[in-house]
Ligand binder design. Structure first.
Ligand code: C5P
Length: 235
């Protein structure tokens, strides 16, 4: 899979998601499904999106004891998603167990989904890290350490802010994928995101996939906004 724009389909129901994606007529964007939609609709939403021709990033961010994550990943492997993820904070052992489960659970005729680690959530800042989690290190050092742990566990990459993508590539190698949310057009609303970057800047810095939600889903013309992202990011 090469560089692509992933639309964060943060809708409450499958019906709303399909209605939104029907606007794209011939095009089949890569989509991200989060916990809210998956918990409401179950595995059928992944299967349906795949049968409609979309690639699917199933963003469930697993974080539990290694045995539970391994067994859960065995189940998730059968749903047909293209990318799944875990929290790097669950330890290197947990990430390795996740990969083991995925490999064991892939159907004979299927492909293993890419396995990505969330480093630190963008909602966690330096104060929260120190005061709430008692981690007394600079946040970018923690992010890079978690990225290296993910690499050691043979994961395929990390979710990180676009600002961190270049450093992650320098430390973990160019083939280690960086998936970057927090993307905004220069003339658009920032909303609740803190550290944002334009699709063009994310391309420049070497991000592999950008995850874009509201700048596309809430646009007056979502298809035009998606095309603009693709032009700016993929070229
Ligand atoms: O609407 P917006 O473009 O901000 O959506 C970004 C998407 O990426 C949301 O689905 C959000 O949950 C997700 N995300 C994020 N920051 C992270 C991890 C995931 O914004 N660190």
């Amino acid at each position: 899979m090469g560089k692509d724009v992933i639309i964060a389909c943060d809708f409450a129901t499958a019906e709303d998601t399909y209605a939104f994606l029907d606007n794209f007529s011939g095009r089949k964007p890569f989509v991200k499904i989060g916990m809210e939609l998956f918990y409401a609709e179950g595995p059928s939403i992944v299967k349906e999106l795949k049968s409609r021709g979309h690639k699917v990033f199933l963003d469930l961010k697993l974080h539990d004891i290694p045995n539970t994550v391994r067994k859960s990943m065995m189940v998730l492997a059968s749903h047909g998603a293209d990318i799944v993820n875990v929290h790097a904070g669950g330890t290197t052992r947990m990430m390795a167990a996740a990969l083991e489960g995925l490999e064991a659970g892939v159907p004979a005729d299927g492909e293993r989904p890419l396995l990505i680690a969330v480093t630190q959530l963008t909602s966690t800042d330096q104060d929260a890290l120190e005061e709430d989690l008692l981690i007394e290190k600079p946040i970018d050092q923690v992010v890079m350490h978690y990225a290296l742990n993910a690499k050691m566990a043979n994961l395929d990459g990390v979710v990180c802010s676009a600002q961190e993508a270049e450093k992650v590539h320098n430390i973990c190698g160019k083939d280690f994928l960086t998936i970057t949310p927090g993307i905004r057009f220069a003339d658009g609303d920032i909303g609740d995101q803190k550290r944002v970057m334009t699709p063009a800047a994310a391309k420049e810095i070497g991000s592999d996939y950008i995850v874009v939600g509201r700048p596309i889903t809430q646009a007056d013309d979502p298809v035009a906004a998606y095309e603009r992202c693709c032009n700016d990011f993929i070229g």
